[in-house]
Design a protein around this ligand. Structure first.
Ligand code: FES
Length: 196
């Protein structure tokens, strides 16, 4: 693509340049999708399919302080996603709508690939994991107060390790090279035998 994709903070709906990215106010309008299709030489419907399928694309303005995407797929649902969504509803308002002050939007999305740390939500560009309704309420309050709440696990685990720390692959020899041995013969390194 040889053309800079840009736009104003108000989004495409009123931007004189009809081609813009999600950074332009966090959403992309239907005229922008048409312009992108034209720019890429693709059918409009194919660009529209991408924009409507992936939840990182927004088709209308979203909260300028925080876009909260709560995972509602089975592992998160079994671990309390419905309660997280109730917290969002209570503090922000209805799903998929801007809050009254225009600062927050919340959505339910499909699996975000952090199931081991369920329940979780993506807020703006970061994952917030191992959440409870109380913790999520505090995170929303912190965003509202202009703070930057910490991302990651809220039970203190590193990445997706079990709570309390790793239980496998804990031998330091695995990482310091002392367990390494020369490989005498690579598996499957012989030429294939000819069959009659
Ligand atoms: S089910 Fe929620 S991150 Fe996968």
């Amino acid at each position: 693509m040889d053309r800079q994709i840009s736009g104003g903070a108000e989004g495409f709906g009123s931007d004189p340049d009809p081609v813009a990215g999600a950074e332009a106010g966090g959403w992309v309008s239907e005229p922008a999708i048409r312009a992108i299709a034209e720019l890429l030489g693709m059918p409009f419907i194919r660009v529209l399919e991408v924009a409507t399928f992936y939840t990182m694309f927004q088709l209308e303005p979203v909260g300028r302080t925080a876009l909260i995407q709560v995972c509602g797929t089975t592992p998160c649902m079994l671990r309390g996603a419905n309660e997280l969504m109730a917290t969002c509803r209570e503090k922000i308002g209805p799903k998929d709508h801007l809050s009254a002050d225009g600062r927050f939007t919340w959505q339910e999305v499909e699996c975000l690939g952090a199931c081991a740390n369920a329940p979780m939500a993506q807020i703006n560009d970061y994952y917030f994991e191992d959440l409870t309704p109380e913790i999520l309420a505090q995170i929303i309050d912190d965003f509202a107060a202009g703070k930057s709440p910490k991302a990651g696990s809220y039970v203190g685990r590193t990445s997706s390790e079990p709570e309390g720390g790793a239980t496998t692959l804990t031998d330091p020899k695995l990482y310091d090279g002392s367990a390494a041995r020369p490989i005498k013969k690579l598996p499957n390194s012989e030429p294939a035998k000819e069959t009659a």
